[in-house]
Design a binder for this molecule. Structure first.
Ligand SMILES: Nc1ncnc2c1ncn2[C@@H]1O[C@H](COP(=O)(O)OS(=O)(=O)O)[C@@H](OP(=O)(O)O)[C@H]1O
Ligand SMILES: [Mg+2]
Ligand SMILES: [Mg+2]
Ligand SMILES: [Mg+2]
Length: 351
């Protein structure tokens, strides 16, 4: 599948959303954070990025449904707090939309034009699609790693296109990831992406007209596995860190794990800045959300890696908004993935 136009549009919209999110961070005040029923934080940036991306996607592909993390229910309440939040969202999205099209950005998105409040809230609610194994659908995490965003750490704007339940295109913008990992204090902000069968790439977010550079994972082998490094969640509640230390021991890995929030983990290992990402189940009831893994899974696969659950099953994105048939997520280079799975299953006592 060529998906050339979809790729350019996806890069344009996630890059714009990343710029919007960075502008919010610079002015962030605590009152702009609300807490969802599941206790996860959601900020004015989460709503604004979902509105912006969903609105632009609907200009280009009006018939494609979107599975997005957020909805506009809390913004539609008649309270003062809710109205303030809504007004901030409308202003932020319109400030980004009103910027004219830059060189290299996709055509046909009607950039440079502001939108009404109704259009912007309705765009957020276009993300309520329940998911499907049929046809095309977009999958959106407007801010992945909201906690990372709030603490000034890693977060990512994540978008994938699924066709017949399979991820065909994935694009992730990481505003706080160094452009050059060997220069951690150098310029930051990288957009990553992949089309199935066409490899993985990165580019600085700011270089809208710049070339996409090919990336690949470290070519680690069974013999060199002890040199590998883990990339892990910051929140211990999202992956069992005690078990992952035991898995590292089982593989003779001694390097300290690198901890970061969001799908920046998938991005980092895709360009060789880390080798193994484990997301070990922490509770029997938690189902991973498709938007937390869809673009990252394709990026890693196109960079030479393999992504499965702890039972070595492929992630099944065709069952709705969650990965209900999978438990945990295990990411490693193809050549060592089998060894990692063996260690995981031994430590967790599963087959
Ligand atoms: N209990 C539990 N178990 C597993 N995963 C959970 C859980 N609760 C939330 N989430 C999801 O974790 C997403 C953030 O993942 P991270 O890898 O960034 O987590 S971490 O903050 O680095 O630990 C986070 O994504 P965002 O909401 O987009 O930030 C959630 O979808
Ligand atoms: Mg969230
Ligand atoms: Mg997320
Ligand atoms: Mg999110």
């Amino acid at each position: 599948m060529s998906l050339v136009q979809e790729k350019q549009i996806a890069i344009t919209v996630v890059s714009r959303a990343a710029n919007l999110a960075q502008s919010v961070f610079k002015k962030l005040v605590n009152a702009e954070t609300v807490t969802k029923k599941d206790k996860s934080p959601v900020t004015v940036a989460d709503y604004s990025c979902q509105s912006l991306i969903s609105l632009l996607l609907s200009k280009a592909y009006p018939n494609d449904p979107i599975v997005g993390e957020e909805d506009a229910k809390d913004l539609r309440q008649p309270t003062d707090e809710s109205k303030q939040l809504k007004n901030r969202v409308v202003d932020l999205v319109n400030a980004e939309l009103s910027k004219p099209q830059a060189a290299g950005e996709a055509d046909d998105l009607e950039l440079g034009v502001t939108r009404s409040e109704t259009e912007l809230l309705d765009a957020i609610d276009r993300g309520t699609f329940e998911g499907s194994a049929k046809g095309r659908m977009w999958c959106l995490d407007p801010i992945d790693g909201t906690k990372g965003f709030l603490r000034g750490g890693q977060y990512a704007v994540c978008l994938a296109l699924l066709i017949e339940g399979k991820v065909e295109l994935g694009v992730i913008a990481c505003p706080n990831l160094p452009v050059d990992p060997s220069k951690p204090d150098g310029p930051r902000g990288v957009v990553f992406g992949a089309i199935k069968g066409q490899g993985a790439f990165q580019r600085p977010i700011s270089e809208t007209n710049g070339p996409l550079s090919k990336i690949s994972m470290n070519s680690i082998t069974k013999e060199s596995i002890a040199q590998a490094s883990f990339c892990e969640s910051v929140e211990s509640g999202h992956s069992s860190q005690g078990d992952s230390a035991n898995i590292a021991k089982e593989l003779n890995i001694t390097k300290e794990p690198v901890r970061m929030d969001s799908q920046a983990k998938y991005c980092s290992i895709s360009r060789g800045d880390g080798d193994i990402y484990l997301r070990l189940p922490v509770s029997a009831s938690y189902e991973e959300k498709i938007w937390d893994h869809a673009p990252g899974r394709l990026l890693v696969a196109e960079a030479g890696g393999k992504v499965t659950d702890i039972h070595n099953k492929d992630l099944d994105f065709s069952l709705g908004r969650t990965l209900k048939n999978n438990k945990g997520v295990i990411v490693a280079h193809e050549s060592i993935h089998g060894d990692v799975i063996k260690a995981v299953q031994k430590v967790l006592n599963v087959a």
